[in-house]
Design a protein around this ligand. Structure first.
Ligand code: GLY
Length: 555
């Protein structure tokens, strides 16, 4: 009862205390700087979010871009409104359930991932216009200026984008406009070499002048459609003109006195996090974070993850097309049923959970978190799907198109690039938005507010979850982004860990309980988080130490 009451009291309220400074954490210093520049010009967190999104679209194209989509979770201080802006890509009108199946009924992975047939209609520009019109204080022409400059003057190539270009080289070289941007002297750029994108600057200028119409109509739209169709895609001018951003009610849930506000469908992120936290709420995990109990804590968290990802594969899809039992999946009684099936001693093999039928990967996608001095907040996760997306830049526009169609289930039970399987709820249909795992999140506690999220494909949900559990354990923002990570996604039935996340004794204890523990060679994610202590007004920010370009600045 106490928890319920405190959660009700926090929700929808604007606080008397304001943050003493603004904080922005993003994946690139030029993007963080762009956000602070717009704040200094009189913008609020929402204007800053446009500047950060647009600059990331120029300097971190392996992760997000104006040819992709995003979920911006917003908190408006003046009335306490929480809303999720859905700028997710959507399937073109000519898309159909079998579009990636070959004559044998097998999924053609090349078509599903590479080139313009893999691209859904982008949503990022529509989202930015909506942010400026309905939440910001400045015109798009001002908020887009840092991104225009970055495209026109160039940005220095850095190791992460260089390795993305190397990995995608064969695909990028199929398309002349992609080759011109990513192989400026006929080869992969060297570290520090400027990557200049004049066509992209011109497209951003058209948006600065005409708003959404500068992208979805007129010359840019014509060039994109022509180029897409010339290379085997199915977009039409109507697909672009018909795209609209949607305001969605976020998923809210309470966990031991904290109120969470997080992503709703077409993301699975918020529902899965709510299910997992509801299952775990019966145990005092903080008490279990001791040497002798750590394996038991990991076992319980992994079992909760398994069950939530099983539900994801069966029930979740775009709620404009399918009925998703959101109330059921986020209800504490439903979680109690799932919890009852968890043995403290043994892992339950996924095949014993009724469902449908490798290796998840993907650090592509990006996240940023912002809080301004009025207490407005933005938690935004943006994506083009896999690294450098479809590899296809539409000629004359500089727009690298997403490959978000692969987030649909191309065939029931057949895994996508993240090893995720799905069923009819997430089958391809015209105008439908593919199921996402992105999970931009706010937590409102009695004396603190947290804003966090991360890229990482199917692991986004579990990374945000582990960040949240660390917050609930009482640690600070620097710890949430650094904590070692592990992941279970129902199928494949394995407990994945980052390199070195568990010591041998923990691995042995988990193996004895029946978990197949698989340690990856590398690390995952790129979390960017900010916090606000409401008692003192202090804000703090942190970027994931796993990548070198993360940039968290308080000023
Ligand atoms: N494209 C990754 C996601 O939306 O989950």
């Amino acid at each position: 009862m106490k928890y319920f009451l405190s959660a009700v009291l926090f929700s929808g309220l604007a606080w008397a205390e304001s943050p003493k400074q603004a904080a922005i954490a993003s994946a690139h210093p030029m993007a963080t700087e762009a956000g602070h520049r717009i704040l200094a010009q009189g913008g609020n967190a929402f204007d800053a979010a446009i500047a950060v999104s647009a600059t990331l679209a120029v300097v971190e194209q392996q992760s997000s871009g104006i040819g992709g989509g995003a979920f911006w979770l917003l908190h408006r201080a003046k009335d306490g409104k929480n809303v999720m802006l859905d700028g997710r890509e959507q399937a073109p009108a000519k898309a159909h359930a079998d579009m990636y199946l070959d004559e044998n009924g097998d999924v053609n992975r090349d078509l599903a991932l590479n080139g313009p047939l893999a691209a859904a209609i982008p949503g990022e520009i529509a989202g930015m216009e909506h942010l400026a019109k309905h939440y910001g204080k400045l015109p798009l022409s001002v908020s887009l200026q840092p991104a225009i400059e970055a495209a026109e003057q160039g940005f220095p190539a850095y190791p992460r984008i260089i390795s993305s270009i190397e990995r995608k080289a064969k695909i990028l070289k199929r398309y002349p406009a992609s080759t011109a941007v990513y192989f400026p002297d006929g080869r992969v750029p060297t570290e520090g070499q400027l990557i200049i994108q004049q066509d992209l600057a011109n497209t951003l200028k058209a948006v600065a002048k005409h708003g959404k119409a500068g992208f979805y109509e007129g010359e840019v739209a014509k060039k994109m459609v022509q180029s897409v169709q010339q290379h085997g895609g199915i977009w039409t001018l109507e697909d672009l003109k018909n795209y609209t951003v949607k305001e969605r009610e976020p998923i809210t849930t309470n966990y031991r006195g904290h109120q969470l506000v997080t992503a709703s469908p077409p993301s699975s992120g918020g529902i899965a996090i709510a299910t997992i936290l509801n299952i775990l709420s019966a145990w005092d995990l903080t008490q279990m974070d001791l040497e002798q109990d750590r394996a038991q804590r990991i076992h319980l968290v992994a079992e909760a993850m398994r069950r939530a990802y099983r539900d994801r594969s069966i029930y979740l899809g775009d709620t404009d097309f399918v009925d998703v039992p959101i109330q059921l999946l986020t209800h504490p009684y439903y979680a109690a049923g799932l919890r009852a099936s968890i043995s403290p001693h043994k892992a339950l093999p996924s095949e014993l959970l009724p469902g449908i039928s490798d290796n998840p990967k993907g650090e592509d996608t990006t996240h940023f978190s912002i809080i301004d001095t009025m207490g407005n907040m933005v938690s935004a996760t943006l994506t083009v799907n896999t690294g450098l997306a479809s590899g296809f830049i539409a000629e004359g526009t500089g727009v690298l198109l997403n490959n978000e169609m692969d987030d649909f289930s191309a065939k029931p039970g057949v895994p996508n690039a993240f090893g995720l399987t799905g069923d009819d709820a997430n089958k391809i249909e015209p105008g439908k938005r593919p199921l996402s795992s992105m999970a931009p999140t706010f937590v409102f506690s009695e004396d603190q507010v947290a804003v966090l999220g991360t890229p990482g494909g199917s692991r986004i949900i579990t990374m945000v979850l582990l960040g949240l559990l660390d917050y609930f354990d009482g640690h600070d923002v620097h710890s949430w982004v650094s904590k070692p990570r592990y992941h279970h996604q129902y199928l494949p039935d394995r407990l994945y860990t980052e390199k070195g996340a568990f010591d041998q004794a923990t691995i042995d204890a988990l193996t004895a309980k029946g978990h197949e523990v698989v340690e990856h060679k590398g690390q995952w994610g790129n979390m960017h988080a900010v916090s606000w202590n409401k008692k003192t007004g202090a804000v703090d920010a942190a970027s994931d130490p796993r990548t070198t370009t993360g940039s968290a600045v308080v000023k």
